[in-house]
Design a protein around this ligand. Structure first.
Ligand code: ARG
Length: 492
């Protein structure tokens, strides 16, 4: 078993397996290992450029690192005897290139700036993956909205029938919410994408390093100026988890709707069998388990944020080993959010929406009573509150027909409305569901015209977001390619 080169000088004694396992961050570091190789390559190129190491040393180091880049990191570097992947890779390099070469890799740096850089590289990629999936989810919602512009359904408040709307209007509401999640994560990206490298332990180093050069090589948007802050802060990770928490809260609400809508009470949606489970005892059951797990994953992501914030909140300046404990939760939170939103998009795209059932329910519970009150305002010049009271009282009496409205008007205003010309036909027209819907014409409302306008505007917004995202992705891919090209050039 190879030894951890970091420990060998200062510390004596063997550690038990349990202790090594307890201290090691190797489990989570598997997610940082690829980034670590890139960070090592950029660091060696900087040491070489600044003449901190000899060109021959740089060549040998880069050649060994490029082998790791090309062929993958051997399992031996992931052993539990290493405190982390940084020690694992350094130990591997020393064993393979000798102490004279490998022993120079860690000049002018610390694992503290190294791990912060790895995290930022990993998380910026996760952000871009999450943004890509969010675009897919938004596309599915917009396409469902486009297909259901005529699907009249009941809208709910307090989960009580409230006013008619359309399924398109409903899907547009979620697309709009998810577009804010896109915006938030996208705005977080530049704060994540800054280089802590060169901070070393926290006080930087006396070697003539060039922080801007490593930042540039790794595709960062710049350096984190203060070196103490660079190693000590994890607010970039908290911010990502906060963004994802908000995203997941919306996901969970949508799932809640789908779960309720799947019930025999409601029957608004039939989820594809692939997203459902059955019972081990009740053979008739079809349960919306995927939506339930998605709702539960929201709790896990919120938990990851809480755990991470709690880990950081009591730490004195600057680096503390506690920070290591944040990584697994961060990775899990990011993965949970990614898988959940990806599968949600698929679940929605494959679901069948029962528009007949929705239509049946759209007018239930005097869902157009507000329109009746509005008509009384327009027709008789009543204050809205008066009209609201008259219709409410008529509903209390049973149903807002001419008889009850007149009785209610007498009770509330002292005189009936029929004597002023209100007829049964007027009431039927005012209560008509279709008419109610098509009168909602203001921006963002459920009538055909504003829905069509919203669809167009949202599609344009999505196309713009996608373009922005593709540019970001290309920039990152190009910077990694350029780094590797330059490393190969130095080696050859
Ligand atoms: N495994 C550590 C982490 O994840 C890397 C930094 C270790 N630094 C230290 N001073 N022990 O934070």
């Amino acid at each position: 078993m190879r030894n951890d080169v970091v420990r060998r000088g200062r510390l004596a004694g063997e550690r038990s397996g349990e202790m090594m396992h307890f201290l090691s961050s190797m489990g989570a570091d598997r997610h940082l290992a690829d980034a670590d190789v890139l960070v090592d390559i950029a660091h060696v190129m900087m040491l070489n450029k600044q003449r901190i190491i000899e060109p021959d040393t740089a060549k040998s180091l880069l050649s060994a690192l490029l082998t790791l880049y090309d062929n993958g990191i051997p399992d031996s570097a992931f052993g539990d005897q290493f405190e982390d992947i940084h020690a694992g890779i350094e130990s591997y390099l020393i064993e393979n290139t000798g102490e004279e070469v490998g022993g120079r890799l860690h000049s002018g740096r610390s694992r503290n700036d190294e791990v912060a850089a790895c995290l930022r590289i990993r998380i910026r990629e996760d952000i871009l993956r999450q943004l890509t999936i969010l675009c897919k989810l938004r596309e599915v919602l917009l396409s469902l909205a486009g297909d259901h512009q005529d699907a009249v359904m009941p809208g709910f408040t307090h989960f009580q029938h409230a006013q008619p709307t359309t399924l398109a209007h409903y899907f547009l509401s979620y697309e709009q919410a998810f577009s804010r999640d896109f915006e938030r994560l996208h705005e977080t990206f530049p704060r994540v994408n800054r280089s802590p490298l060169g901070a070393a332990a926290f006080a930087s180093t006396g070697f003539p390093i060039n922080r801007e050069y490593t930042a540039d090589l790794l595709g960062f948007d710049g350096v984190i100026g203060n070196t103490m802050d660079a190693v000590a802060s994890r607010d970039f990770a908290l911010e990502v988890l906060a963004d994802l928490s908000l995203l997941m809260v919306t996901v969970s609400r949508l799932c809640e709707d789908l779960i309720l809508w799947s019930s025999a009470f409601v029957r608004f949606v039939d989820l594809d069998d692939a997203f459902c489970s059955t019972s081990s005892i009740m053979p008739q059951k079809k349960n919306p388990d995927s939506a339930e797990i998605m709702r539960a994953k929201t709790g896990s992501v919120l938990g990851a944020f809480m755990a991470s914030a709690a880990i950081v909140k009591g730490l004195p300046m600057s680096y503390n080993r506690d920070l290591q404990e944040l990584t697994p939760g961060l990775i899990r939170g990011v993965q949970d959010a990614k898988h959940t939103t990806g599968l949600l998009a698929e679940m929605l795209a494959s679901a069948t929406f029962n528009t007949g059932r929705m239509r049946e329910e759209a007018g239930r519970g005097n869902a157009t009573a507000t329109d009746l009150a509005d008509m009384l305002v327009r027709r008789f010049g009543l204050p809205f509150r008066t009209a609201h009271s008259i219709v409410g009282r008529a509903v209390q009496k049973g149903t807002p027909d001419l008889l009850n409205l007149d009785a209610a008007a007498v009770e509330i205003t002292g005189s009936p409305l029929s004597t002023r010309g209100l007829s049964a036909i007027d009431i039927t027209v005012a209560l008509d569901v279709e008419k109610s819907l098509q009168e909602k014409r203001a921006t963002g409302s459920p009538a055909k015209i504003p829905v069509a306008a919203a669809l167009e505007e949202r599609r344009r917004q999505l196309a713009g977001d996608r373009e922005m995202l593709e540019k970001r992705k290309e920039q990152l891919t190009e910077s990694v390619q350029a780094l590797i090209r330059e490393a190969r050039r130095i080696v050859s």
